[in-house]
Design a protein around this ligand. Structure first.
Ligand code: GTP
Ligand code: MG
Length: 337
């Protein structure tokens, strides 16, 4: 494929700032909603603490990483100290306790890839999934949240990208497209690469936070209150960044040879990771390295068909940002097969 490089006129693009910010604001959960989430968390903590006094309940996923839109389900992780526990047994016991406490739609999915209990709280109307001992997810949630607290533009960009991906049907891992987690990593990497950079590489700095989980050392600089000025030399606005993000994934990213790495704050070569060919079901057609489980490619779900769908969607978005009279509407038009 060969494309003309697209450029933009600052005047044209900056008129889109207000409408993009409006979309962002409309997606943020309200204080009332956050209070209800807290209320449910406290209720669940009380139930759990009676049965397993040593256990702790952590929020992970979008409600914990600050990239959650309004009306998201809550992802929770029950951390029980001992290593050799029987997860199914605990999940079934937990399901019993929840049921007796009048929570609704309680279901233990013990055979899922990540075994969970699902429930719905009739008082707050919030649904939630509880998994067990998935500590890496709790730690990567913290990493994402810490990045979000450095520069406000990350949260704005990621909300818009997630909203676009959901509207266009390209946020469905079971259909071979990318998870929300992958899209947020793509946004972080993109902002690390702007010149001047908008985000630093926290894993490349002196570690002020460090835990070892499943033999993986997770260490990074987490005193982000000291990095509030980091992105201030870059004055790009949200509209320019949305434009450039889609341009990057439509026309500039080297799909054949590179992996994006938030851990390194740069791209790295597929050769270095030995991700050059299909191994089992991992095709490595778009490569996004997990920041801690570095042997994990979050693009592994993407296949021959869905890579085409994804790239066409990136191109569609880039074209709309470039030429459409009303990109803030057109970009999010639902995909109709
Ligand atoms: P929405 O529910 O779509 O708003 O987003 P989400 O942030 O909850 O994202 P998602 O459902 O994709 O993932 C939930 C959490 O699970 C993420 O924040 C990660 O902590 C974790 N997670 C998801 N996929 C992976 C994965 O492939 N590897 C690892 N290590 N963690 C993952
Ligand atoms: Mg979620």
């Amino acid at each position: 494929r060969s494309y003309k490089r697209q450029t933009l006129c600052r005047f044209d693009i900056d008129r889109l700032n207000a409408p993009f910010l409006e979309i962002f604001e409309s997606l943020i959960p309200t204080e009332e909603e956050k209070a209800k989430q807290k209320q449910l968390l406290t209720l669940l903590e009380n139930i759990i603490c009676k049965e397993w006094p040593e256990a702790r309940l952590y929020i992970y996923g979008s409600c914990g990483n600050s990239f959650g839109v309004s009306k998201s389900d809550i992802d929770l992780c029950l951390v029980i100290g001992e290593e050799d526990i029987n997860k199914s047994e605990i999940l079934l016991r937990l399901a019993d306790l929840l049921q007796s406490d009048n929570l609704e739609n309680v279901q233990a999915l013990t055979r899922a890839r990540v075994p969970i209990v699902k429930l719905m709280d009739p008082v707050t109307g919030i649904s939630c999934d509880i998994c067990i001992n998935n500590v890496l997810a709790v730690v990567n949630t913290k990493l994402l949240r810490d990045y979000a607290n450095i520069d406000a533009r990350l949260r704005q960009l990621a909300f818009i990208v997630k909203h676009w991906a959901k509207s266009r049907g390209v946020n469905e891992t079971y259909h071979g497209t990318l998870s929300s987690y992958a899209y947020v990593l793509m946004c972080i990497h993109f902002l690390q690469q702007r010149r001047p950079a908008i985000l630093p590489c926290l894993q490349g700095m002196r570690a002020t936070y460090s835990v070892t989980v499943e033999n993986i050392e997770c260490a990074f600089f987490d005193q982000v209150d000291k990095l509030q000025e980091f992105g201030s030399h870059n004055r790009e606005t949200i509209a320019e960044l949305v434009w450039a993000f889609f341009n990057y994934w439509a026309y500039s990213h080297d799909y054949a040879n590179t992996v994006i790495s938030v851990r390194r704050g740069s791209t790295i070569s597929k050769r270095e990771k030995d991700w050059t060919r299909r191994i089992g079901n991992d095709r490595h057609l778009i490569c996004i390295e997990d920041p801690f489980e570095t042997s994990h490619d979050l693009g592994r779900v993407v296949d021959k068909h869905s890579i085409k769908v994804l790239r066409e969607e990136f191109e569609r978005a880039a074209e709309i940002m470039q030429y459409d009279a009303n990109p803030c509407v057109k970009l999010f038009e639902p995909y109709v097969p």
